[in-house]
Design a protein around this ligand. Structure first.
Ligand code: NOJ
Length: 530
């Protein structure tokens, strides 16, 4: 049987915001379990859960204080086990987020490490007498002074997320124990957080600055020597368990860097930020990145496809709040070559949320952005604008299930604000509407599942001309043509006679070989042997 993850569409669940099952205003395992039939019905076969381990939640769980338990906010270990069992019963696999690069400053390992310079755990983290110029990816210095022992510790993100020292073999041993623990609990793989940050340069040379932009170039604090070797060890370890999947978050948009980390004996795939995180809709750039990825990857490397996540603005908002365009992006996600990752809520067209009230902001990056801007003398309005630019709250609002109380997410006041007009876009209203975003996604997922060339096929043709993106996927058994007209006017086209069965259009039930409508996608199958 073919490898499961090569056929699957993954659905990313942002733990606090999917569904509250116990009425405390926060998403949890009971809630997700309740919604497994919805997920199954959508056509999803893989779930990615963001961190659910005990955590002070400075960065919503990406600051773990205990790697082998469940945060009480999300339920109990029994709830987790029941969820895994129920997911598997529905043939839905589950991969979990694992943060190997850093722990919470509340983790007992760090508490011990900070207690004394000669503590055996001192070297589990990175301590120096003097900081260098390295900047945190959340802003400000990456070094925090600790008065207890008069040294600085290193944190690539918030000061409450302390970088582990992966040069220490005991750290590696402890983390392999963690992986074993969850694999034995039945998880189907891991999403490895910022995995290319695992080691820093051991001479601690200052990072250079990009002259023009006055921005630091992170030359010595990521993608360092030795990381690949650790990744190979991790892959070797995890793949001893049959059928397990590893996707790495390699924090980079540079294809040359991304491609280092995936393939045989490495991670199964990495997130392709070069495609997924383009800042605004730009067809030329999108095509260039699809094409460049195709050129760069070898036959063992499979790209990933995503256009939204908990770290970025949702694509519908980022790409101009246009429902038609969002449908075309959905079609691209589910028909182009790669493993798709669909972010919860995108399937109903949920948009971004922006607040002008700093007290409502939850994301550490937004809050830090505000504080640093105020410190630098910006006005409140300017600081809010900066904070909004950085805050990832935008895409983290509660899932919109219906138009009722708290959009059906919870009976209790939700942990974060529900946007004013959230009730207008919800699952219940779209469920039975054949023209809704949700129905469109379901159709796409169905078509993808029914046609092997959409999961296995190569690009026989890939082109972007005159605002028309076109490709043909071919797996030797079938050929499918997908054509996207992102322009707001119809265009004359010429589709070969062989392509005769319209599988899907967002605009009509039958198609015209000579014309594509404005904002239309056509998915057309070749009929053979007729
Ligand atoms: C990447 C995660 O996706 C993001 O949410 C988090 O803030 C950083 N890693 C730090 O763990």
């Amino acid at each position: 049987m073919a490898v499961w993850w090569k056929q699957s569409v993954f659905y990313q669940i942002y733990m606090p915001s999917f569904k509250d099952g116990n009425g405390d205003g926060m998403g949890d395992f009971a809630g997700i379990t309740e919604k497994l039939d919805y997920i199954k019905d959508l056509g999803i076969e893989g779930l990615w859960l963001t961190p659910f381990y005990p955590s002070p939640k400075v960065d919503n769980g990406y600051d773990i204080s205990d790697y082998e338990s469940i945060d009480p906010a999300y339920g109990t270990m029994e709830d987790f086990e029941r969820f895994i069992e129920e997911a598997h019963l529905r043939k839905i696999r589950v991969i979990v987020d694992l943060v190997l690069n850093h722990t919470s400053s509340e983790h007992p390992w760090f508490k011990k490490s900070r207690s004394a310079k000669d503590h055996p755990k001192r070297d589990w983290f990175i301590w120096r007498d003097q900081p260098n110029n390295w900047e945190s990816f959340f802003g400000g210095s990456a070094w925090e002074y600790d008065v207890l022992t008069n040294q600085y510790y290193y944190h690539a993100f918030a000061k409450e997320q302390v970088d582990l020292n992966w040069a220490n073999p005991d750290v590696k041993k402890a983390m392999f124990h963690v992986m074993k623990f969850w694999l034995e609990k039945g998880v189907d793989g891991f999403r490895l957080d910022v995995i290319n940050f695992l080691k820093v340069q051991d001479q601690f040379q200052d990072n250079p600055y990009d002259e023009g932009k006055q921005e630091q170039v992170h030359l010595y604090d990521k993608d360092q020597q030795g990381i690949l070797a650790v990744i190979e060890e991790i892959a070797g370890f995890v793949h001893q368990y049959p059928d397990k999947f590893l996707v790495g978050e390699v924090g980079s948009e540079d294809l040359e860097i991304l491609k280092r980390y995936s393939g045989q004996d490495k991670l199964d795939v990495v997130f392709n930020f070069n495609i997924g995180s383009i800042a605004r809709f730009d067809l030329t750039m999108l095509y260039q990145q699809l094409f460049a990825t195709e050129q760069a990857y070898d036959s063992y490397q499979i790209p990933t496809l995503f256009f939204s996540s908990h770290d970025m603005s949702r694509h519908i908002s980022r790409f101009g709040n246009d429902e038609d365009r969002a449908k075309l992006v959905a079609a691209l996600l589910l028909t182009a070559k790669g493993i798709p990752f669909l972010y919860y809520g995108d399937e109903i067209g949920m948009g971004d949320w922006i607040t002008t009230d700093i007290n409502k902001m939850k994301d550490v990056q937004g809050i830090m952005g505000y504080q640093l801007a105020c410190k630098a003398g910006k006005s409140h309005e300017e600081a809010i604008a900066i904070a909004n630019g950085k805050s990832r709250d935008k895409s983290r609002t509660p899932m919109q299930w219906n138009a009722g109380l708290n959009v059906g997410f919870s009976e209790h006041e939700p942990w974060m604000t529900i946007p004013d007009d959230a009730n207008k876009v919800n699952v219940e209203d779209q469920q039975d509407d054949p023209d809704s975003m949700l129905s469109f996604y379901k159709n796409l997922l169905k078509i993808r599942k029914q046609h092997s060339c959409l999961t296995r096929g190569v690009y026989e043709y890939l082109n972007n001309e005159d605002g028309l993106l076109t490709f043909i996927r071919n797996d030797q058994t079938q050929r499918i043509l997908v054509m996207f007209n992102f322009a707001d006017h119809a265009k004359a086209i010429e589709i070969d006679n062989g392509f005769s069965t319209l599988l899907l259009s967002n605009k009509r039930k039958s198609f015209n070989r000579k014309e594509i409508l404005a904002n239309e996608v056509l998915i057309v199958k070749e009929e053979t042997g007729k």
